[in-house]
Ligand binder design. Structure first.
Ligand code: DBV
Length: 257
């Protein structure tokens, strides 16, 4: 059942939403960082429509969970459940730009054509060794271990490459038992491994000086612009909720820096 959500920290409970254990695990891990609510306008905390799609009636629900902590500017999850049409968890952890930290990103998308699953620790400054090296040396072994269990995800847009790490875990899986098994046996523990590495990096991170933070801020802004302008969910969200709501959601909530 859906409950009315008043704050960004209120639990997201959408019946049938397959990604709920992933969000719950994230929230549990974050609890030691003393999370505070992150202001999300009410119209984006919870949005629900009933619509006709391919002559089937359908309910599309989108919930936004979010928090901030001392070192994390915004942690936010976009949670979409639209029955057979879509089920999505898009999770991004945005660090404060006063720390040399990557973004944590997960995009778990179930569509009628199958699952599309992406997981990464994405750099704000791809070409800057001080920003990447200490992350990649710990991330690459996780990628090397988990990716071979999964089918290749296929090509990604060339212009997206600067925003990915070499530890980008990326796959497309079929619907049904086979896909479900790979999600529980591989995606679940891989998610856990990426997230716990990320949270270790957060724990270890020390504040940088003003000069450095300006460079990091510029890198973060470029990443945000890219994600907002190229958001692959724009089409789906616009079909559900209209262009205006979607545009505001993308620019003012999902990628708000
Ligand atoms: N993607 C988002 C947000 C979503 C969302 C905020 C609210 O950034 C969902 C939901 N992603 C979403 C949907 C699709 C994709 C696809 C609905 C399918 C679009 C469609 O086929 O209609 C990873 N996600 C994709 C694609 C990539 C990613 C590479 C395929 C794009 C394409 O084929 O054009 N998204 C990308 C990525 C991260 C991410 C690397 C971070 C790890 O969040």
């Amino acid at each position: 059942m859906n409950i009315l959500r008043e704050s960004s920290l209120d639990p997201v409970s959408i019946s049938q939403w397959r990604w709920s254990p992933f969000l719950e695990e994230t929230i549990n891990h974050l609890s030691i960082f003393n999370p505070k609510p992150y202001s999300i306008p009410r119209e984006f905390l919870q949005k629900e429509v009933s619509l006709e799609l391919k002559s089937k009636s359908l309910k599309a629900i989108t919930n936004t969970w979010a928090c901030s902590t001392e070192k994390l500017r915004q942690v936010r999850a976009a949670c979409v459940e639209a029955g057979s049409a879509a089920s999505v968890l898009n999770l991004v952890i945005n660090p404060m730009y006063t720390f040399d930290l990557p973004f944590f990103g997960a995009d778990f998308v179930t569509l009628p054509s199958g699952h599309l699953l992406a997981l990464d620790l994405q750099p704000a400054l791809r070409a800057d060794k001080r920003h990447t090296e200490f992350v990649w040396e710990r991330l690459l072994p996780l990628h090397e271990y988990w990716q071979p269990f999964l089918p290749e995800g296929g090509p990604i847009p060339q212009e997206a490459k600067p925003y990915f790490s070499p530890g980008f875990l990326w796959t497309r899986l079929p619907l049904g038992v086979k896909g479900d098994e790979l999600i529980s046996d591989i995606i679940k523990p891989a998610f856990r491994a990426y997230l716990s590495l990320y949270l270790d990096l957060v724990r270890e991170a020390k504040q940088v000086d003003l000069e450095r933070s300006k460079v990091l801020l510029a890198g973060q802004k470029s990443y945000m612009c890219y994600r907002a302008n190229k958001d692959p969910a724009r089409g789906m969200l616009s079909r559900f909720y209209g262009v205006d709501w979607t545009d505001n959601y993308i620019h003012k909530v999902l990628f708000d820096l």
